[in-house]
Design a protein around this ligand. Structure first.
Ligand SMILES: NC(=O)c1ccc[n+]([C@@H]2O[C@H](COP(=O)([O-])OP(=O)(O)OC[C@H]3O[C@@H](n4cnc5c(N)ncnc54)[C@H](OP(=O)(O)O)[C@@H]3O)[C@@H](O)[C@H]2O)c1
Length: 305
């Protein structure tokens, strides 16, 4: 193993677990744990209080961390809206504390942001589009980007939206769709909400490639195609040979009781293409990959956690 040691916060989350599984044969991986306790073979699990700079400094020194991947956060839009103070603590304060620890240690930082930063009136947002969040989750993620780049000016901030096979305690959007389709349960998916999702594996590969090139600042790291959630559901059903009959069209604009969400979250990948020489790929390639991964040992391991 030749790679430099990685610390992944949010080690039990969807992205954190995939990142650890993808890198554990290449570089030492420390998984920072919060409430949930898990063991992923080939990695070191470490309970870590991300609000405590001393705890962070000790981890950085003892595990000789060269790069932090900060995925931890409060990711439920509903919970953020119900408790804005907790959302600010989890998404802004912890991100800033982690960024400052990486900077003190001279370590690189990849901070995971979101596509949920805009009011949804534009067709496509690039990295220079001013943040115009419409809910507490988006507000805290926008403030986190600023706080992270203030504390660690060389940080790489990735705006993204991903899916993949999740652990049993954290089903992803594609897990939810597949379970519903396979159990013949009705699904209502929005036709008026556009986004640019990516499979989680090309996202992680691109992030490591960008970091190796020394890329910094904000980069949109999403798939090549924009589509609605409804269209995504139909494409997924098709790739898995499942009937789309139970997928019903719905409109986000007709859901007054939901926490307000942007109608467009689609991100431009022009900067990503310029930096990498390629994008993350389109929906068909990603859904083929999702299907091919289902029975692989690494995915079976993640799904059983
Ligand atoms: N999922 C998506 O499609 C998506 C889209 C756009 C952006 N993102 C961003 O991508 C990142 C990762 O998302 P995800 O879906 O992988 O997250 P997730 O599955 O919801 O996992 C969140 C992780 O954060 C940890 N955590 C929560 N509070 C913590 C605290 N106070 N201290 C330390 N750790 C804490 C959780 O640990 P416990 O469970 O032990 O509390 C869990 O491991 C987030 O920053 C999210 O905003 C996600």
């Amino acid at each position: 193993m030749t790679g430099l040691p990685l610390l992944i916060t949010g080690g039990t989350g969807l992205l954190g677990l995939h990142w650890a599984a993808a890198r554990r044969e290449t570089q030492p991986v420390t998984l920072a744990l919060h409430r949930r306790r898990i063991a992923l073979p080939g990695t070191t699990a470490r309970p870590l209080n991300l609000a405590d700079p001393h705890d962070l400094d000790a981890a950085m020194t003892e595990d000789r961390i060269a790069c932090i991947i900060h995925t931890a956060g409060l990711t439920s839009v509903e919970r953020c809206e119900q408790d804005p103070e907790a959302a600010h603590h989890h998404n802004v304060t912890l991100a800033a504390t982690v960024a400052a620890a990486a900077e003190r240690a001279g370590a690189a930082l990849i901070h995971i942001s979101t596509d949920h930063l805009f009011d949804g009136r534009a067709d496509l947002y690039d990295e220079d589009s001013p943040a115009t969040p419409v809910n507490v989750y988006g507000q805290t993620k926008a403030r986190a980007e600023e706080a992270v780049l203030r504390a660690h000016p060389r940080a790489l901030v990735l705006r993204t939206n991903f899916y993949g096979w999740g652990p049993s305690h954290r089903p992803s959007f594609s897990d939810w769709l597949l379970t519903s389709l396979r159990q013949d349960r009705p699904l209502r998916l929005f036709t008026d909400m556009r986004y640019t999702p990516t499979h989680i594996t090309p996202l992680i590969e691109a992030a490591m490639a960008l970091s190796a090139k020394g890329a910094s600042g904000i980069v949109n790291a999403v798939g090549d195609e924009a589509l609605s959630k409804h269209a995504f559901g139909l494409r997924l059903a098709d790739h898995f040979g499942l009937s789309p009959a139970r997928i019903e069209p719905a409109r986000l604009a007709d859901q007054p009781d939901l926490v307000r969400r942007p109608l467009s979250m689609a991100l431009s990948t022009r900067r990503l293409h310029a930096l990498l020489g390629h994008g993350l790929g389109g929906i068909d390639a990603h859904l083929d990959l999702l299907r091919a991964q289902e029975e692989t040992p690494a995915i079976t391991e993640i799904r059983s956690l």
